[in-house]
Write a new protein. Structure first.
Length: 39
């Protein structure tokens, strides 16, 4: 195989899109908790 599909990733590595999604989701969750406590 000289050309591997971009969708394939080694086991144990998250696709960048999934990692960013999880990071942003957790980040928004923390902000929501901080804003709710601040009120």
């Amino acid at each position: 195989m000289s050309r591997a599909p971009t969708e394939e990733r080694p086991v144990g590595l998250f696709p960048t899109s999934d990692f960013l999604y999880l990071f942003r989701a957790s980040y928004q969750g923390v902000l929501a908790e901080l804003t709710s406590e601040a009120k």
